[in-house]
Design a binder for this molecule. Structure first.
Ligand code: FAD
Length: 477
């Protein structure tokens, strides 16, 4: 006998910040709603990254850093970007009005504070040092973006998200872990529109829902792009961000670290006029490896606890590339370049001294041992990034580092380490209306995986907006 499919009111795919804040806000506003979250990874207490303990990546499937309750949030550096004009961390400002944006940011920030985030915010005051940094940036043709940063810290972010998981359990939100959603159930309704009825999990189970919300992050962006192709869900080829992670002695970045915490700088390069930005700044932090299936890419984080701080600061330097017709697969492009790096390093992250890159020679293990800046990513393999990155990206990175030298003397010195490849897979932007609904009725998409956000704060805000819209407490514009 065929079993009756399970039914819920709101089905959320992915327990990243966008998904969990959707559930929290919807349940708070409508306690009677039956909300089910399906998540590929583990619940937070079971999320363990062996590499964080013994330094060696054992290729967990799925990766504990990017999957499980709170998605990429729980092992992240936990920097909440507080940018009331919407310039940082996503494009949510395109979907809600500026006043709503400010209110939701304030509300979401308060929730993080409620769950235990540090009250200190960096970068919003106007100290003479910040004015000097801004002046030097202008002289180097670098744009310094005004934004505050609340730093949760890697170990604290884990604690904060653990409390949020508990809060969702207390609200009787059902969460099913180790459950991969494989397909959508899409039908044509009596009005002739395509409408989603629910999803099919990897073990073939059908789950039906009135509304299906998909917040699968960068981890799920490949899968979601596949779904868009399969069901002709309207989406647009976005940009791909490719570059390196820069690591230097914390003394070089000290002025910025202590006043702004992170400097969001934008540079248009001389040769190609490409847009290059600094991103994800980690004062006295660690460079980390991030895995997407078998692909090793680079990232970074830093601990709140003084005892866990290192002597180095790291940040990403990313070139934003948009593509025009006929090219439609930026994710594959980024992946291909990262795979080249993996190929040369036996499946690991590559590291090269800036001085070696400029001299056109590879960094060897013996050159690395003698380097002043010692890598915090211990199993990175010394190599040659010029064999991996396209000429245009290489030139963009070199020109930007030379410009950064004017505000951070020492950053373009021989000993600075460049790790590759850092690539951001938030390229496919799904076309949504002001309720984040796709061209398929009742299918809503959120967060990084949909190309709408690029960070914890806006992904969480996206969830808050969705939760309110689902429960009718707030209508969009
Ligand atoms: C190491 C690291 C450090 C970071 N540091 C910062 C930082 O300091 N500040 C900042 O603002 N941002 C940071 N980020 C980015 C930030 O974590 C993301 O922007 C944010 O988590 C995006 O939220 P999301 O809900 O869109 O997706 P995610 O957090 O990626 O969550 C998506 C979830 O969906 C699940 N999923 C995917 N596919 C499926 C499927 N088919 N079925 C079921 N579940 C699925 C995944 O397992 C995952 O748990 C960092 C990211 C990483 C990896």
């Amino acid at each position: 006998m065929k079993s009756t499919p399970e039914m819920c009111d709101i089905l959320i795919v992915g327990a990243g910040p966008s998904g969990i804040f959707t559930a929290y806000e919807a349940k708070k506003n409508n306690p009677a709603a039956r909300i089910l979250i399906l998540e590929k990874g583990h619940s937070i207490e079971k999320r363990k990254c062996p590499k964080r303990k013994n330094g060696v990546c054992v290729n967990c499937d799925p990766c504990a850093i990017t999957t499980g309750f709170s998605g990429s949030g729980s092992f992240s550096d936990g920097k909440l970007s507080i940018s009331y004009d919407g310039e940082v961390g996503g494009d949510l400002i395109r979907y809600i009005n500026p006043e709503q944006f400010r209110r939701v940011m304030h509300y979401t920030d308060d929730l993080y504070l409620h769950f235990g985030a540090d009250p200190q915010v960096y970068g919003l005051d106007h100290s003479p040092t910040i004015d000097t940094i801004r002046r030097r940036a202008a002289q180097a043709h670098l744009k310094l973006i005004e934004s505050g940063v609340r730093h949760m810290g890697t170990e604290k972010a884990y604690e904060i998200y653990s409390r949020i998981q508990q809060a969702l359990e207390d609200l009787h939100i059902e969460m099913r872990f180790n459950t991969i959603v494989q397909d959508f159930l899409i039908e044509t309704n009596p009005s002739g529109e395509k409408e989603i009825r629910g999803v099919i999990t990897q073990d073939g189970k059908q789950i039906l829902a009135r509304k299906t919300i998909v917040g699968v992050g960068r981890e799920g962006s490949d899968w979601l792009s596949g779904m868009c192709r399969k069901y002709s869900i309207a989406s647009r080829v976005g940009q791909v961000d490719i570059g390196v992670r820069v690591e230097t002695d914390a003394g070089v970045t000290e002025e910025i670290d202590s006043t702004l915490y992170e400097a969001k700088l934008i540079y248009y390069t001389r040769t190609f006029e490409d847009r290059v930005r600094t991103f994800c700044w980690n004062p006295r932090g660690e460079v980390a490896e991030e895995r997407y299936g078998s692909l090793a890419v680079v990232n970074g984080h830093s601990y709140k606890d003084q005892a866990l701080k290192t002597r180095n600061t790291n940040f990403a330097l990313l070139v934003s590339k948009s593509f025009t017709d006929p090219f439609k697969t930026p994710i594959e492009y980024g992946r291909y370049i990262a795979e080249l790096g993996n190929m040369l390093s036996g499946g690991k992250v590559l590291v090269q001294r800036y001085g070696d890159l400029k001299r056109g020679r590879r960094t060897t293990a013996s050159r690395l041992v003698k380097n002043i800046v010692q890598p915090t990513l211990k199993d990175a393999v010394a190599g040659d990034l010029s064999l991996v990155l396209p000429y245009r990206i290489m030139m963009d990175l070199i020109e930007t580092l030379e410009a950064l030298e004017l505000i951070m003397p020492g950053i373009a010195s021989d000993g600075t380490l460049l790790y590759g490849v850092e690539v951001k897979f938030y390229s496919n932007r799904i076309i949504v209306n002001s309720e984040f609904e796709t061209s398929i009725k009742n299918l809503h998409v959120l967060g990084d995986g949909a190309g709408l956000t690029r960070g914890l704060m806006q992904a969480s805000m996206n969830g808050v907006c969705m939760g309110r819209m689902l429960t009718g407490v707030w209508s969009p514009l």
